[in-house]
Design a protein around this ligand. Structure first.
Ligand SMILES: CC(C)(COP(=O)(O)OP(=O)(O)OC[C@H]1O[C@@H](n2cnc3c(N)ncnc32)[C@H](O)[C@@H]1OP(=O)(O)O)[C@@H](O)C(=O)NCCC(=O)NCCS
Length: 332
């Protein structure tokens, strides 16, 4: 799916993030599985990640992010009429995490549903909210992206354990005076789904009842480096922009090597690329909002900055969103 914005400008007016308190370093992981700080850093660029406690589930880490996004936008839960929660680790299949969040936030009038698109979930959520708000069906949306992947990892499998972390982010989306989203490109390839999967997590029965993330790292790496470039080029061309126009590049934070490859191939210099995988690992749907928040914190998001976000993940799925950052605020 690909398309550029027409008519109404829809932007981000509030942004919030949250990661669990507990930080797990590479050295600590080396106490659990046969790995080393050196290996992890060299192959992935990751130094540490946040890990949820036994009691913490998806909505526990998403709630503070959602509350911060609402505060940042200067609105309350009752001002939200659409709540999308992108996650592959909901508290449970139902009630959905989005319905639980809507209840806690006081968003009683909101349509609320969970969205499953692997690590690309947040970008899919942005596109859905864009469509709903720009059509006038929704007035103001809250898009939450996050995961507690630590709960579905095999803690004996070093090939996956070292890559992921827990975290969440949220944005408020509504009509704005200037800037806003310019276009989206989204895709999926179920044929490659076997390279990153969670057997036993749904209605299909498997011999092994254990439900842990299974991954063919090399295949996912090949897919990631190809698709991150393809999707970014597609959305830029659809919106009549070039890589030279990009001010801030926010790639999914899976692996520093994947980010470096994509940025180099696209021709986006390091100073325009946001990298925080070293501190959080791969937080799945939390990764792009966490990077967006870091970019804002560092003063990199200015009025009119062209921001390119590209995600990829299980499905296999991918997606890009292109937007002009605005601080001008909502349409009165
Ligand atoms: C997982 C990944 C880091 C592995 O890096 P790689 O350079 O491809 O490494 P390989 O898989 O070739 O493994 C090299 C060796 O390291 C070993 N190894 C794997 N994980 C290890 C770990 N955590 N610590 C130490 N050694 C490890 C392997 O067993 C292998 O040993 P061998 O050569 O004796 O067989 C890389 O493939 C990757 O990032 N893939 C994409 C994963 C991803 O982003 N998934 C999420 C997408 S949303």
């Amino acid at each position: 799916m690909i398309g550029s914005a027409t008519g109404v400008r829809i932007g981000i007016t509030g942004l919030g993030t949250h990661v669990p308190e507990r930080v797990l370093t590479n050295a600590e992981l080396a106490q659990i599985v046969d790995t080393s700080d050196e290996w992890i850093l060299e192959r992935t660029g990751i130094r540490e990640r946040s890990i949820a406690s036994d009691e913490e589930a998806m909505t526990d880490i998403a709630l503070p992010a959602a509350q911060e996004a609402l505060r940042d936008a200067g609105v309350s839960g009752s001002d939200i009429d659409l709540l999308i929660c992108a996650t592959v680790t909901p508290d449970m299949m139902f009630p959905t995490s989005s319905a639980l969040l809507a209840e806690t936030l006081g968003a009683g009038q909101a349509a609320a549903y969970d969205l499953l698109a692997g690590c690309t979930g947040f970008v899919y959520g942005l596109a859905q909210a864009y469509g709903m708000v720009s059509s006038g069906l929704s007035r103001r949306a809250l898009v939450v992206g996050g995961d507690v992947l630590s709960k579905i990892l095999d803690w004996d499998d070093r090939s996956t354990l070292v890559l992921f972390g827990d975290g969440a982010g949220a944005v408020v989306m509504e009509p704005v005076e200037a800037g806003g989203f310019l276009g989206f490109e989204l895709g999926a390839d179920g044929g490659g789904g076997e390279h990153l999967w969670l057997p036993g997590s749904g209605s299909r029965k498997f011999d092994d009842p254990a439900s842990y993330v299974k991954m063919n790292g090399r295949e996912v790496f090949k897919f990631a480096t190809r698709i991150m470039v393809y999707s970014a080029e597609q959305v830029l061309s659809e919106c009549g922009k070039t890589v030279e126009n990009v001010d801030v590049y926010i790639p999914h934070q899976a692996n520093k090597r994947i980010i470096d490859y994509a940025a180099a191939k696209l021709g986006i210099p390091a100073e325009k690329t946001v990298v925080n995988v070293d501190r959080y690992g791969n937080t799945s749907s939390g990764s792009i909002p966490l990077a967006l928040a870091d970019a804002r914190e560092e003063g990199r998001l200015r009025e009119g900055s062209l921001v390119l976000m590209t995600g990829m993940g299980a499905g296999l799925t991918w997606g890009s969103a292109l937007m002009e950052w605005t601080t001008n605020g909502r349409v009165a």
